[in-house]
Design a protein around this ligand. Structure first.
Ligand SMILES: CC(=O)N[C@@H]([C@@H](O)[C@H](O)[C@H](O)CO)[C@@H](O)CC(=O)C(=O)O
Length: 303
């Protein structure tokens, strides 16, 4: 699926569907692809990331999911990016090699977060080992310091990275440090794809020059965010703000109830009517109270 098109627009950070007893449920991925494309207008996916509970899955499960997304996305999706980050290099490398073999359009990796890299050079060395297993497809760094605790500034990381990692293509920037993000854009806009990952701040990141966005809410609010991207491209800031405020109203509401990957699964289940199942421990399923309130809010906003 190596795509000649540069990654832009919205990318859904996919949820991993599970059966009621907690096994991965590959049988609904085809339906999921169609839902994203037809109902949300989203044609790029980021598989096995945070939303996909990638770090709670076995390597075998991650490879099965990657294969299913590539297979079912063929001729429907533009980009299938597989997150292959892991705490140990051998598994990350194995998944990188596998992603290339099955025809993924790119791979991404987070920084390891148990034994953490303490400086840019060790982080680049770790990422280089992974990327070199898939020399024919683009590599993206997945920056999510709130979860990894690795706070090496991306501006610093990008300086000279192409010489170290020839397939380096860009960053999935899941942080609110817009100064760091802006510096990345200023120094690299022509060379790299800079994808923003905090959905509720996307309009600010577009103003800073983001190439696109990767996030969980594009699974079920993609249509709205696409309208925002359109309005922004036409320089209609007032309309773009209206769309950001609308999605923001939903997120602000659910944040107060307690919101994370488990709740995202529940929201996607009632929005798409595709059963996403429970999350895997240590995450716990969203409560019925959450589901009822979130559904009522969504219905009121989408009327
Ligand atoms: C911490 C977290 O889960 N962040 C999400 C956001 O999409 C987030 O769910 C959204 O902005 C709502 O806060 C993404 O950045 C994560 C992501 O893209 C992924 O699943 O890999």
């Amino acid at each position: 699926m190596a795509s000649p098109k540069r990654l832009q627009g919205l990318t859904a950070a996919t949820i991993t569907p599970m059966t009621p007893d907690g096994e991965i449920n590959l049988s609904v991925i085809g339906q999921y692809v169609d839902y994203l494309v037809k109902e949300q207008g989203v044609k790029n996916v980021f598989v096995n990331g945070t939303t996909g509970e990638g770090l709670a899955l076995s390597t075998q499960e991650r490879k099965q999911l990657a294969e299913e997304w590539v297979t079912k996305g063929k001729n429907k999706l533009d980009h299938v990016i597989i997150h292959v980050g892991a705490l140990n290099l051998p598994e990350a490398k194995e998944m990188a090699k596998h992603a290339a073999v099955i025809g993924a359009s790119g791979i991404a990796a987070i920084a390891p977060f148990f034994f953490k890299p303490t400086n840019k050079d060790t982080l680049v060395a770790f990422l280089r080992e992974i990327a070199s297993e898939a020399p024919g497809i683009p590599f993206y760094y997945y920056h999510i310091p709130s979860l990894t605790g690795v706070k090496i500034r991306v501006e610093e990381l990008l300086d000279g990275i192409k010489e170290q990692i020839p397939t380096f293509q860009g960053v999935k920037f899941s942080d609110t440090d817009l100064l760091d993000f802006a510096q990345c854009v200023k120094n690299n806009k022509e060379r790299f794809v800079l994808l923003y990952g905090v959905d509720e701040h996307l309009l600010s990141a577009l103003a800073m020059g983001a190439s696109g966005a990767v996030g969980s809410t594009y699974n079920y609010l993609g249509k709205k965010y696409n309208l925002m991207l359109e309005a922004f491209a036409k320089q209609d800031l007032v309309l773009a703000q209206q769309h950001q405020f609308c999605t923001g109203e939903f997120l602000s509401f659910v944040f107060k109830l307690g919101f994370g990957v488990a709740q995202t699964k529940a929201v996607m289940s009632f929005t798409s009517r595709i059963p996403m199942g429970p999350p895997r421990l240590p995450l716990l399923s969203a409560s019925m109270d959450f589901i009822e309130k979130a559904k009522a809010k969504m219905d009121s906003l989408m009327e």
